[in-house]
Every structure is written in structure tokens, then in C-alpha cells.
Design a protein around this ligand. Sequence first.
Ligand code: CTP
Length: 478
Amino acid sequence: MPKYHNYSKALHHKIFSVISRAADELEVEAYVIGGFVRDHILERGEPKDIDIVAVGSGIELARKVSDLLPHKPKVQVFQNFGTAMLRANDMEIEFVGARKESYRKDSRKPIVENGTLEDDQNRRDFTINALALKLNENGFGDLLDPFNGYQDLQDKVIRTPLDPDITYSDDPLRMYRAIRFASQLNFMIEAESLSAIKRNNKRIKIISKERIMDELHKILLSDQPSKGLALLFKTGLLAKILPELTALQGIDEVEGQTHKDNFWHTLEVVDNISRNTDDLWLRWAALLHDIGKAPTKKFHKKIGWTFHGHEFVGAKMVFKLFKRLRLPLNEKMKFVQKMVLMSSRPIAVADDHVTDSAVRRLIFDAGDHIEDLMTLCEADITTKNPKRFRKYHNNFQLVRQKMEEVEERDHVRNFQPPVSGEEIMSTFGITPSREVGQIKDAIKEAILEGDIPNEHDAARDFMLKMGEKLGLSVAEKS
Ligand code: CTP
């Protein structure tokens, strides 16, 4: 039998006393349920959303609450779902009537009937999300916990209230949610639940890509994303959305030569980068930085395993993958592509005894994303050999130092040609043409190579020489 708990202290916000009064006036039971209660017990900070269940009409309760609030917030009613929403003090408060749900095989849309609080708790995804606090005056703050969710919170366990086969098959998105919560909260998924996810993974196909991506993003943004990603892999869910990634799993051996398992390596890289950035798209870049390795893998008798051009192939794969998963095809995607494309560049520079011109080119090509690229490359160091680990980090330290020196001197990070196309045209009295582009490119190359400084006068002299070579003569000044 669950222990008795009272959480009236969690309900200090004024909105709860208003809901309490509204519910008592309407003579319906009302409860706050789900994430609010879970996160309060876990001390996860103030929530933005509050879910309220009324044993009766959620819509009526929402209207009554709005009436009782001084600013009479607008009540948004979703008649089809029998829910209503209002905003108060920056929080979204969602009201629903307690319901009993049954599902059909081919759809996420349930058949809904009115029900008791317990019916409503039954239809929820996890015991830790089925915790409810009473809001009526009589029993204000009492915890209603028919499935021992409180204990599961203490034990850090994800468990379904019903037979997991039913809970997951009813709403397959919950398979992702289970893994997302495990990753976000650092919880374990109970064994029965985990095998039910494996058994039901095919059902994920009825869920929209957008909703799956919302969950995947929460996994990627957790402290240690590998926890969720490994669970997605083991349950067979990852292969269904990111086959490019699971294709990296495995180690081949030919003539005694092996290569590393690029899937588990990638997961380590994602964890590493997550210690240094909360940027979702940089974490995506870490996740995808090696995807070109599966299609480019080759064994050569003399040199062993190679992945020639994997960065270029990988960058091209990013576009297709983003398109398929309905991820944005805007500058976020371009950023991920650029990171994948350039992911080996700093390594090459470090190996090259760090020449100025290689550093200038790196800064020029990466532009404003140079810091992110360095963060990615440093995260990519997963060697377990401490000597090598130190050596690689030191090399990158050297690259960073050199970058600072070079950038201070040459300012190539946001390169603007020191001689404009206009100036080239007016100097030689020509109109827009191939020659203008040729001269501009040659100036850029000369600066990057270190042949001339990134300054106007030097660039102008260089331009005059180039013009001569191309047979152009300086126009008379009018
Ligand atoms: N819920 C469910 N099945 C789902 C989605 C939600 O049973 N597929 C229930 C759970 O009881 C959950 C509540 O609806 O607690 C609210 O859902 P949501 O706002 O999506 O999640 P939270 O639990 O509030 O967590 P978070 O805010 O972290 O998403």
C-alpha cells in the first residue's frame, strides 16, 4: 500500500488556490497530475506547464478558473479532445476531464469515455507520470499514487502502470518517451518494459517524424545522451530512424587488421561534446560526424582500412537525413553539414606541424564556426591511451594558439576582400567579367598563402601585377 504523503507545500502558487476554489464551487474533484508532481518530488525546478484533471468537465473547470482570475485569461477550448488551456503567470495550464481510453491497433487516436481519477491514471504512460495531487480544499495536497510511482521515483525506475505491451502499443511514442526519461533523469527502464519496447518497436511507424524528433532532441540534450542513444540502439528503435548511424556499428577484420567501432565511438563523442556545449545542432554534428564512414569503408592490402572522402559523403548524407526526418533545411542543417565536412581539418592541420597558411585556410573556411569546429574535434578524441590522449589535446592547443596569432595579424576570420570588385573594374576600365573574379580569387589565395598581407595597398599592388599578366591596362583617369 503506498505511503501517505501530502504536498500542499508544492501548491503555494496562487493558481492552485484558485483552481481549488473553482473545483469546490463546481463540486468536481480536481487534481494536478503528471510532470508537475514528478518534477516537484525530484526537485527539478519550477515547471512551465501544469496538467489538471477534473473528475467531470475539464472545459467547465477551465472557464470557472478564468472567471475567478482577476485578468480573466482567454480559455482555449479543444472540443475534439475535451480539453481546455489557459495561460496565467507565464504558465500554460491544461485542463482535461478524467477519462478512460481504449485504443485501436492502427491509430494513436483512442476511443474515449468519461472515467474516474484511477481510470485516468491507468491510461498514462509511466507510474512516475501518474502521480496526482488533490486540489479540493478537503485533502488539498494529498498525493494519489495507486501504482507506487513515488517509490519508482526514489528507485529511479521507469515502469508502465498497465501491462507494458498495452501501454506501448496504445501509444508507441511512449517507447521514445521511456528512453527519453531514462536519459534525461538518469533512470533505469524496468526489464519487462524494455522487452516490451523491443517487441513493439515496429509500431513506431504510426508516429509522426516531428514527434519522434521532439523526443530525440530531448535525448540529445540530456547530460549523457549516450544513455538514451544506446537504449534506442538496443531496442531496435534507432535503426528505424537513423540507419546511417547504426550502419557504423561493428568491427571488420581482414588479414588481422581491424578498425574501431564507429558507432560506439560516435556515442562517446556525443557525450564528450555534451560536457562542453548545450547547442543542439553542435550535438547533432557530433552524432553525424562519421556517417560517411559506412559507405566509404575500404580495405587495402598495404594500408589497411580507409574511409576516403567520408567527410564529403557524410555532409551530403546530412541533407537527405534532415529531409527525411523533417528537420529544418535551413542554416541549422547547413551548419551541421559544414561541421561534418570540416570535421577532419583541424586534425590535418595539427599533423602538418601547424603551418601559418594551413591555419589561415582553416580559419577562413570555418569562419564564425571555428570555435564549434574545434570543440567537435576535441570531443572526437576518444583514445584510451593516456599518452596519445595528451598528445592529441596538446596538438589542438597548439592549433588554437596559432589561430590566435594568425587571426590577430591577418584577420581572415570574416574575410572581406581588401580590394573590391568595383575597384578592379574601375582600375582597368572593365565591366563585370571573368577577369574580375580571377583577380579577386588570386588576391584571396595570395593572402591565405601568406604571399601578401591582408591589407589594401599590398592587395592593390598585387592586383596591378595580375592585371598585367591578364593583358589588362590601367584605365585613364577622367
Ligand atoms: N502522457 C502520456 N502519454 C504520452 C504523453 C503524455 O500518458 N504519450 C501523460 C503523462 O501523464 C504526462 C502528461 O501526460 O506526465 C503530460 O505530458 P507532457 O506534458 O508531454 O510531459 P511531461 O510529463 O509534463 O514531461 P515534459 O514536460 O518533460 O515533457
